[in-house]
Design a protein around this ligand. Structure first.
Ligand code: PLP
Length: 479
């Protein structure tokens, strides 16, 4: 601005400068209450005398076009700009098929609108009262003082190197052979899956998964145009007989499995079954995308090795981890651990899509992990969630006439009612009594599950857990 000011005629310079400012206002280039350059700055910029600018400003002030504030300078007064014609675009008409589908299957849009004061079992987000804010602040200050300048600049698409190295050791401790593998940092599990689906060629166009399964994954499969084939869940994981028959019958691009604290059933796949899954999918040469989002939230029994640990130096398992449930979802940090060459290609896709995950977030997270706060936080979180889990499970046993209850840990339980009970009708009745939960059908691949629902207990007070479950149980008896 002002750099295009030119003398047009023989009139005094201050008059031409006044006209120029007025014209800029009318064209909408100078806005109401916008500060004008100081007389010293403008005289220098335009190579005119300071008196010229002072005279122009004085005339503009006299006409009420600008006003002066003592000690602060000159500002634009009331502005009346030229009328511009406004056009109205119907953006709905310009959306593509994928966006329309995303809109249609967006659960948040169709969510049960629970009101303040209700007991809501809908969420499986962590309880924020547990968040270790003080130590996270400490980690932030430490990392910023070490390399604030670096972490505020562009980083690498693959991720922040110290965090990648930390996670590689972390996964090695879980029994994974990392010698031919690498890690790509992503914005949580969801972006990891999206990047993977965007990168893999569609051959059969089919994906095999547990039925029911994580709704966000189903949504992405659908947006990527994949056909989903769900396999029933037994109490120790996916039904292997069904898997075997299905694999013998059809080809699949890959399988998507959640072996620990499966969402929504909460089932942990047994170690024997993990081994059998690995053997069978290897036999058919079908890659597995393993979702390890909740693995750390075990309350009893010993640590179960992730599926990827079974593959040794094999490369058919792609593991996606996330800090969303085990630490802070607001960080949006997750990781893909997979074959080194695959990660190399995924890195290009990540760079093309989002350049990289926030280096600042990754660096502070790294400091937090490095300083040992994560283990302490997990210990506390496990203690609190275990109590809630036991309380919720006990209350379900006492009050709900279920036909099956599953959930070996994590942040939720899954209830199956008698075949003829409609969980959505139950939800409607419970809503009137101030209790809401997730109807299970949204997690199914084939429209089943109308007699099921998920109870997330992580963010509820103990009293509300018991009272809410009692209300659900009482309501069920009156259906
Ligand atoms: C099965 C499953 N995987 C992963 C996640 C975490 O996703 P994100 O890391 O994108 O928050 C969730 C969250 O609810 C989940 O249920």
């Amino acid at each position: 601005m002002f750099s295009d000011f030119k003398l047009m005629d023989e009139r005094p310079v201050y008059v031409q400068l006044k006209d120029y400012v007025q014209d800029m206002i009318v064209k909408g280039h100078l806005l109401e209450h916008q500060k004008l350059p100081s007389t010293r700055e403008l005289s220098k910029l335009l190579a005119v005398s300071r008196n010229t600018v002072l005279n122009a400003y004085a005339e503009l002030e006299l006409d009420g076009i600008i006003y002066a504030v003592k000690g602060k300078g000159h500002f634009i007064g009331k502005v009346t700009t030229l009328e511009t014609s406004s056009i109205e675009i119907d953006w709905k008409q310009r959306l593509n098929e994928t966006t329309l589908l995303a809109d249609e299957i967006d659960l948040i849009r169709q969510d049960i609108h629970w009101k303040k004061g209700m007991i809501s079992f809908t969420s499986i987000a962590p309880e924020e009262k547990l968040f270790d804010v003080e130590n996270f602040k400490r980690a932030f200050l430490t990392r910023m003082s070490i390399e604030g300048d670096i972490v505020l600049n562009y980083g690498y698409a693959k991720g922040y190197k110290p965090l990648i190295d930390h996670l590689l050791s972390y996964m090695e401790m879980k029994g994974v052979d990392i010698s031919n593998k690498d890690i790509l940092i992503t914005n949580g599990f969801t972006e990891g899956l999206d990047i993977l689906l965007s990168s893999l060629a569609k051959k059969s166009g089919r994906v095999l998964c547990e039925n029911p399964t994580h709704h966000a994954a189903l949504k992405l499969f659908s947006l990527h145009g994949l056909d989903v084939h769900g396999i029933d869940m037994q109490d120790d994981g996916i039904d292997m007989e069904q898997v075997e028959k299905t694999l013998a019958d059809k080809d699949f691009d890959f399988a998507y499995l959640i072996p620990s604290y499966h969402n929504p059933t909460g089932i942990v796949t047994s170690s024997e079954k993990r081994s059998a899954i690995f053997q069978l999918f290897s036999k058919y040469q079908i890659p597995i995308i393993e979702d390890g989002f909740n693995e750390e939230l075990r309350y009893s029994s010993s640590h179960l090795a992730p599926l990827i640990a079974f593959s040794g130096i094999g490369n058919n398992i792609v593991y996606i981890g996330s800090f969303s449930k085990i630490l802070f979802p607001g960080l949006r940090v997750g990781w893909i651990l997979a074959d080194r060459e695959l990660i190399d290609s995924l890195e290009s896709m990540k760079r093309a899509r989002t350049i990289h995950t926030s280096t600042l977030d990754q660096a502070v997270l790294y400091q937090y992990l490095q300083d040992g706060y994560f283990e302490k936080y997990l210990k506390k979180a496990r203690f609190v969630y275990k109590k809630k889990y036991e309380l919720a499970r006990q209350a379900c046993i006492q009050y709900i006439p279920y036909s099956r209850i599953t959930g070996d840990g994590g942040l939720h339980l899954f209830i199956e009612l008698k075949e003829d009970v409609d969980a959505r009708l139950l939800l409607e009745k419970c809503y009137d009594k101030g209790v809401v939960f997730y109807p299970g059908d949204v997690f199914y691949t084939n429209g089943r599950g109308s007699n099921t629902f998920r109870l997330g207990f992580s963010r509820l007070a103990d009293d509300d857990i018991v009272r809410g479950i009692q209300i659900i149980g009482d309501t069920l008896k009156t259906l």
